[in-house]
Ligand binder design. Structure first.
Ligand code: ZN
Length: 413
């Protein structure tokens, strides 16, 4: 688990943001990385298919007058009107494909929020996607956040960007043998980028320890618990300030890492200066750290279980054979399976007798906690240490050289 001892309400309301944007005479973005020229607004009016058939949005100027017209459209129409039939159909197909079952819900929410409608009139489909992927901690529309992230990373919300994100997602699933699932929200293009950054830190030898993990995305632990039990009453602050959670079910082999919105919240935390990943990726690496601590044991348990099952299967075959002639060809197989089973048992016993966490405890004995959160428990200290090893190796080396060396040579594997 990873949590922080504060909880942030969503910051200034959307109209306040719009006001400040207006003062700077910028139509709808923060002043950091302007994507649109301040004088002209653009809307997605044409969807083209490039040579590689990856759809992109062509932008054409939309004046203030057009935004007014768009806002005055009959109830139901959200996107700027007056596009050709083909464009209209393309737009519909794209939205259905990207938003799926969520489309009706998000469109209804946008209809009821003037600022959201205005944003969609200004930036078209990209605005709808930005609103979809940037919600607040209660999973409500957060127009200000959507505008901010859209202005900083317009490429995430272009159709070409969505296409690239889809490819990244498939690559991650395949390369790391993981599952990516939605809780009360989808993995946004930004989230997928953070996950790719975190997983990208693993070495070839470490990768098998994360295989079969389910990465699930929820707004907050509170919402996740309420989804399980509608009568649940969230506790403050613990159900709101959890940023990630690592859970294992050895019997069903269900290994889960849940990531919450809070992972992206603490960008200004001074202790994070010098980290070589973006805020959010460090918290994902912390949760992966739990998987690393448990990894060797997990794989040994799986191997012991599998070899035992296989031995049982062959033994039944052997017992079912009634004559010596029928038994003979099975005998070798049975012996080999028995050896595999015994070896796996021995290996598991060895691992259980000297758990990774005990080796780790010896390495941090009489040392100050590496981070404030590392003081929570030995397992949290391990996850924090693993995170530091990946995102600030120089810092770990300075604070605890033997521990750094232990991680470097894969001591936990
Ligand atoms: Zn943790």
């Amino acid at each position: 688990m990873k949590s922080f001892n504060y909880h942030k309400e969503p910051s200034a309301p959307a109209n306040q943001y719009l006001r400040s944007a207006k003062e700077k005479s910028l139509p709808f973005f923060s002043n950091s990385k302007p994507f649109f020229s301040p004088q002209t607004m653009y809307a997605d009016t044409h969807i083209l298919h490039q040579q590689n058939s990856s759809p992109v949005i062509q932008k054409s100027p939309l004046t203030n007058v057009s935004v007014e017209d768009c806002l005055k459209q009959k109830t139901g129409d959200l996107l700027p009107g007056k596009v050709g039939v083909v464009e209209h159909i393309n737009r519909e197909v794209m939205l259905d494909e990207i938003l799926g079952k969520q489309r009706k819900k998000i469109e209804n929410e946008i209809r009821q929020d003037y600022d959201a409608r205005k944003f969609v009139c200004e930036a078209g489909i990209s605005a709808m996607l930005a609103l979809y992927y940037n919600r607040d901690y209660k999973n409500r529309l957060h127009v200000e956040l959507a505008r901010k992230n859209f202005s900083e990373h317009p490429e995430y919300y272009s159709l070409a960007g969505i296409d690239a994100t889809k490819q990244t997602k498939e690559m991650l699933k395949k390369k790391y043998n993981i599952f990516m699932e939605s809780g009360d929200k989808d993995w946004s293009p930004e989230d997928i980028g953070l996950l790719a950054e975190a997983l990208g830190k693993l070495t070839e030898k470490e990768i098998p320890l994360i295989s079969n993990y389910h990465f699930i995305r929820w707004t907050s632990r509170c919402n996740q618990l309420i989804a399980k039990n509608a009568d649940y009453e969230c506790e403050f602050p613990e159900d709101y300030n959890k940023c990630g959670l690592h859970e294992t079910d050895v019997v069903d082999r269900k290994y889960t890492i849940t990531m919450y919105d809070c992972m992206k919240d603490d960008g200004e935390d001074k202790s994070k200066q010098g980290y070589n990943v973006r805020t959010g990726a460090d918290t994902i690496i912390h949760e992966i750290g739990h998987a690393m601590e448990f990894g060797k044991q997990r794989l040994a348990i799986e191997r012991a279980t599998d070899t035992k099952k296989e031995y049982g299967r062959i033994k039944r075959q052997y017992d079912a054979a009634t004559t010596a002639d029928a038994k003979r060809p099975i005998e070798q197989k049975l012996k080999a399976a028995e050896k595999k089973k015994d070896d796996a048992d021995k290996e598991l016993d060895k691992i259980l007798a000297g758990p990774v966490i005990d080796q780790f405890k010896r390495l941090i004995k009489n040392k100050r906690p590496l981070t404030p959160y590392a003081a929570t428990s030995a397992t949290e200290a391990f996850a924090e240490a693993f995170m530091l090893f990946k995102v600030a190796p120089g810092k770990l080396k300075k604070l605890n050289k033997p521990l750094f060396d232990w991680f470097s040579k894969g001591g936990f594997m």
